[in-house]
Design a protein around this ligand. Structure first.
Ligand code: MG
Length: 159
């Protein structure tokens, strides 16, 4: 078994969609980024790549490459899951935390879990998504951005 951690932050801005865990969430602002800026999926992919010592998403999907301009992060997650399998690992479980003052994410949590589980090729019971605020403190509390952490366990697949 191997463990991995991922962390990501994106700035909130007007005129962008808010995509979290592959779900389009109604809100007056969205996250700014080269891809769809899905901060939750980015943290999760970094945790998976980290657990397998395969670098990070910046290495796998460079933002200097226009192929990833506006990229759907769920599709990138599919690639990361495939890369892990190619390297002899399976995702045992993931525990993710989104840190956002607004909007309220609890109504969307199970949709996000399902979307992530499908892309990662595992059962929804292996994917945890949680949301918290930082009590109006710091950049997330002031609504300037959204952060996400992910911790994963992967296992070597016996062949
Ligand atoms: Mg990112």
């Amino acid at each position: 078994m191997r463990i991995g951690h991922g962390y990501d932050v994106h700035r909130l801005t007007e005129g962008r969609k808010l995509i979290l865990g592959g779900i389009d969430i109604p809100y007056e602002k969205g996250l700014l980024g080269h891809s769809d800026a899905d901060v939750l999926v980015h943290a999760l992919m970094d945790a998976m790549l980290g657990a397998a010592a395969l670098g990070d998403i910046g290495k796998q999907f460079p933002d200097s490459d226009d192929a990833y301009l506006g990229a759907n992060s769920i599709l990138l997650l599919r690639k990361v899951a495939a890369l892990l399998r190619e390297n002899g690992y399976m995702l045992t479980n993931a525990d993710c935390t989104v840190i956002a003052q607004k909007p309220k994410l609890s109504p969307f949590i199970d949709e996000m879990r399902l979307k992530i589980a499908e892309a990662a090729g595992v059962s929804i019971s292996r994917i945890s998504v949680k949301a918290t605020t930082e009590e109006k403190l710091g950049f997330t509390g002031e609504g300037l951005g959204i952060a996400a952490h992910a911790v994963v366990l992967i296992e070597e697949v016996c062949v």
